[in-house]
Design a binder for this molecule. Structure first.
Ligand code: FAD
Ligand code: NAP
Length: 313
């Protein structure tokens, strides 16, 4: 029986593993279906993690030491995909894709939420090299430069507003002529003088070279006219895939309380509505979707696991 099973090895899961093992728990396993590190390993640069200031290092380089540090303190790593979690009596059963199952006294789920791709030409090629899904992370790279935002929902309009305080001009490209975003959010964007709405339009292609993205081709869907913009940044906000499948039971119902947007409801201690089940990182409600906050969540969740196990002893 594990003291704690951690599911997902991004910044939240790795930090939870570090705090749990250094906090004295002997039997802690991290279930991660791939190489630990999480979404940030897709980034070419990280500039906003406090204390880390080295533009020559990629997100992959950045996360390498996180793994080494965790495993040094006794965290076990299982390269396994988790299918589901079930609470049976006081304990949890974790069903793995392989068909095996594992018992644990507590569980921390940190499987993240991945930004959706829009599937235009060049999106994958320049992802993390000019095509971004995070204004907080990458907006500053385009200080006083023009940027393009793709999407017409609340996230796109809110992030466009955020970018408009950093960048010279923000061009919001949306495939329809009405917006999904809430009217007050849209109104605020319309009133901002450096936000420009380009409707009935899509990104035809992100173009660039070995140095990264240099511009975008925007196609008007009514006229098929293509306009090239020499923007240095393209921010894509076309929705999120919240990785919450492990929290569904056999009927497809969630085992804990969720928000309308598929995120897990937690309190400030990362407690879910199920005792002994904690959630950390991008998967939780109101997540700022940053490495630093995911790591903070992971530390909080692990400290709560330790307290929870002490109370049960
Ligand atoms: P994730 O990093 O998403 O990790 C979740 C992990 O869970 C993944 O490794 C996944 O493989 C695993 N997993 C999922 N489902 C299962 C399952 N069923 N079984 C086993 N394992 C599973 N943030 C910043 O602060 N600064 C930046 O500059 C920055 N730049 C970014 C650039 C890019 C290109 C991207 C994509 C994100 C960037 N972010 C940045 C955001 C940051 O990466 C995330 O906020 C952070 O990684 C969230 O951490 P997490 O641990 O909650 O989840
Ligand atoms: P969303 O509401 O699903 O909006 C996604 C947008 O991207 C839509 O405008 C959609 O166009 C567009 N889109 C989707 N796929 C595309 C593609 N392949 N190419 C071009 N455009 C594409 O996603 P979201 O904005 O991330 O919001 C998710 C949920 O969170 C929503 O319910 C939202 O209200 C909520 N949210 C709330 C707040 C808040 O309350 N402050 C803030 C952020 C998010 P169409 O409109 O044509 O479908």
């Amino acid at each position: 029986m594990l003291d704690c099973a951690i599911i997902g090895g991004g910044p939240a899961g790795l930090t939870a593993g570090l705090y749990a093992t250094r906090g004295g728990l002997k039997n802690v396993s991290l279930f991660e279906m791939g190489v630990p590190g999480g979404q940030i390993t897709k980034s070419s640069e990280i500039e906003n993690y406090p204390g880390f200031f080295d533009s020559s290092k990629t997100g992959l380089d950045f996360m390498e030491t996180w793994q080494k540090q965790c495993f040094h303190f006794g965290l076990k790593h299982e390269i396994k995909k988790v299918n589901s979690i079930e609470k049976m009596g006081e304990h949890f059963t974790i069903a793995l894709e392989s068909g095996d199952s594992v018992e644990a006294k507590t569980v921390i789920v940190s499987t993240g939420a991945v930004p959706r791709r829009a599937n235009f030409k060049g999106e994958d090629e320049f992802y993390g090299r000019g095509v971004s899904t995070c204004a907080t992370c990458d907006g500053f790279f385009y200080k006083d430069k023009p940027v393009t935002v793709l999407g017409g929902g609340d996230t796109a309009l809110e992030e466009a507003f955020f970018l408009s305080n950093i960048c010279s001009e923000v061009y919001v490209v949306h495939r329809r002529d009405t917006f999904r975003a809430a009217p007050p959010t849209l109104d605020r964007a319309v009133r901002k003088e450096n936000i420009h709405l380009i409707t009935d339009s899509v990104i035809e292609e992100a173009v660039g070279d070995a140095m990264g993205l240099s511009g975008v081709d925007i196609r008007n869907t009514k006229t098929d006219k293509i306009t090239h913009m020499d923007n240095t940044g393209l921010f894509v906000f076309v929705g999120q895939d919240v990785k919450n499948d492990v929290l569904k039971d056999g009927n497809g119902d969630f085992i804990c309380q969720m928000s309308d947007f598929g995120q897990v409801v937690v309190d400030l201690k990362m407690h879910t509505s199920v005792e002994g089940l904690f959630v950390a990182g991008d998967l939780r409600i109101d997540a700022p979707k940053q490495v630093v906050s995911a790591a903070g969540d992971g530390a909080i969740a692990a400290l709560q696991v330790i307290s929870h196990l002490q109370e049960q002893a």
